[in-house]
Ligand binder design. Structure first.
Ligand SMILES: [Zn+2]
Ligand SMILES: [Zn+2]
Length: 69
């Protein structure tokens, strides 16, 4: 169920320098413009990608329900 074709990167916010973590929905959906959860800035990357994916157990449950129903 986890898409292995996802390009994974470790990117940091160019504005505040903090690490960018892609959570839940964004951990499964590569994107070219990343939103910093610390300072709110949007920054573009060269390739659609996911940075430091993190999926909460709640979101895992939600996905499971979607696929079971
Ligand atoms: Zn930032
Ligand atoms: Zn992102």
């Amino acid at each position: 169920m986890i898409n292995t074709d996802i390009v994974r990167i470790d990117c940091d916010c160019p504005e505040c320098g903090k690490e960018h973590v892609d959570r839940d929905y964004w951990a499964l959906n590569p994107h070219k413009t990343h939103l910093c959860e610390h300072c709110g800035s949007l920054f573009p990357v060269t390739e659609r990608s996911v940075s430091r994916s993190f999926i909460s157990s709640e979101f895992h449950q939600t996905i499971k329900h979607l696929f079971e129903n």
